[in-house]
Design a protein around this ligand. Structure first.
Ligand code: HEC
Ligand SMILES: [Cu+2]
Length: 441
């Protein structure tokens, strides 16, 4: 028998364990927890888990209880007495083979049913999104709407999404804990994962991860899923389909405004002066320096994108800026100059696309057509703002280990080639590029 003293010795331990459990239950929210699913797929997996946990706990308590009882009841009571020795017990052995077999069969039924349910082809009217895992970022293509984006997807609540998983290099795995996953993205093999986000859930952001080790920056291969209403989704799609543009329509330069108003005055004075006046006014009507991308229409600018003020705290990256990269943050950039640099001499356009710009069709890096409206850069590693963008362009390889994007800042050290860039972009040129990228809303 356990003595009273021994019980008293273990009591504080027991109390501490109970308290720890109770405190754990007080914690607020776990944004990356699978235990609060917001989709049909998430719930069916959660159901399976809960069920197995429930019956598993019963088996555990029974088996451990029996074990502890036997250990105490039949322990060797003194050095001189040998406990009775038994060999073999046919009925007992048959029983402890049959019971686990029955338990396994019992578990197998719901498990196999769920596997078949979730492996079946997606319903016909699903929203198809082609997912390509890259080291270390995600490419997302919406074939129905004919556009491509990276590291961030919007999906309408209540409509089934069918994610078609591919990989461009090594095996990756797709996981959004509160919505869906995990399922592997494998080179030369197509996997599907489909689910329907709850129609009554919030318009908000969910964290997604790569969950198959894929190299250096596997831990920094995140993405964001934004669940929106069908109306917000339709509006967001019109923005994504539009070519990369420069923000609000450019105002005509002051001299053009002056000549246009002069021409207007001339027309009211006499009809005979009108043809001459019209010819001088003509240049004023032409938009100013659209370069390659068209300027934004107000309707397009009004199209939906989740306001950054509504992004929940858990979806905002806090990776600190590396000290090794110095950048003059006071510089202001010129987006038009930035665009010229972007397509000049294969600097960025060798790897990046900006739709609408025939000179920027690279596919090695993320599509940047609307990069200015994204929450993060570098697959969720950094906040998408001037400080991070500029340092990223200056030395991406210090910002994120192993990236394909080269070190581009003049005089910067490239940790992959272990060389210092003799030539390269100046801080002013980088500021121009940042202004351009930020304008690509
Ligand atoms: C050799 C190909 C290559 C070149 C050249 C290149 N990039 Fe990249 N870029 C990449 C790759 C690959 C990534 C993705 C890295 C990651 O997140 O792991 C990337 C990521 C980015 C991102 C972050 C995008 C996002 O949504 O996460 C920006 C912004 C960017 N590059 C801008 C530029 C600019 C500006 C230039 C030219 C000055 C440039 N890149 C040149 C390959 C390249
Ligand atoms: Cu990975």
């Amino acid at each position: 028998m356990i003595g009273y003293n021994r019980l008293r010795r273990f009591a504080p331990l027991g109390v501490a364990a109970v308290l720890a459990l109770a405190l754990a239950a007080c914690a607020q929210s776990y944004p990356n927890s699978t235990f609060t699913p917001h989709s049909d797929l998430g719930r069916s997996i959660d159901f399976l888990w809960n069920r197995l946990m429930f019956f598993g706990t019963i088996v555990f308590v029974l088996v451990e209880g029996a074990l502890i009882y036997v250990v105490i009841r039949y322990r060797r009571k003194s050095e001189d007495v040998t406990p009775p020795q038994t060999h073999g017990h046919v009925i007992l052995e048959i029983t402890w083979t049959l019971i686990p077999a029955a338990i396994l069969a019992f578990i197998a039924v719901p498990t196999v049913r769920t596997i078949f349910e979730t492996q079946a082809p997606a319903p016909a009217n699903s929203l198809v999104i082609n997912v390509y895992g890259h080291q270390w970022w995600w490419e997302f293509e919406y074939p129905e709407y004919k556009f491509t984006t990276a590291n961030e997807i919007y999906i309408p609540k209540g409509r089934t999404v069918d994610l078609v998983l591919h990989a461009k290099d090594v095996i990756h795995s797709f996981w959004v804990p509160q919505l869906a996953g995990k399922r592997d993205a494998i080179p030369n093999h197509t996997n599907h994962i489909w689910f329907t986000p709850d129609s009554n859930m919030a318009t908000t952001v969910w964290n997604g991860f790569c969950t198959e080790y894929c190299g250096d920056s596997h831990g920094e291969m995140h993405f964001r899923v934004v669940t929106v209403t069908p109306e917000q989704f339709a509006s967001w799609v019109t923005r994504q389909q539009a070519p990369g543009f420069f923000g609000p329509p450019a105002a005509p330069p002051p001299t053009a405004i002056a000549s246009a108003s002069a021409a207007g005055a001339a027309t009211t004075k006499s009809d005979s002066a009108a043809p001459a006046a019209a010819s001088t006014a003509a240049p004023a009507a032409a938009p100013v320096a659209p370069v390659y991308g068209p300027t934004a229409s107000p309707a397009l600018l009004a199209s939906y994108v989740l306001p950054h003020s509504e992004v929940p705290e858990y979806a905002i990256p806090h990776t600190p800026l590396p000290d090794a990269i110095k950048f003059d943050d006071k510089l202001t950039g010129d987006p038009a100059a930035g665009e010229k640099l972007f397509v000049g001499a294969g600097t960025c356009n060798a790897c990046h696309s900006v739709s609408g710009n025939p000179l920027a069709v690279g596919t090695i890096g993320p599509n940047l057509t609307h990069v200015g409206s994204r929450i993060t850069i570098a697959a969720g590693m950094y906040l998408n703002d001037k400080a991070h963008l500029s340092r990223w362009i200056k030395d991406a390889r210090i910002m994120k280990s192993g990236v394909l994007m080269p070190t581009l800042g003049k005089g910067q050290y490239d940790p992959q080639t272990k060389a210092t860039m003799p030539a390269g972009l100046s801080d002013q040129q980088i500021a121009d590029l940042v202004a351009y990228l930020q304008a690509l809303k």
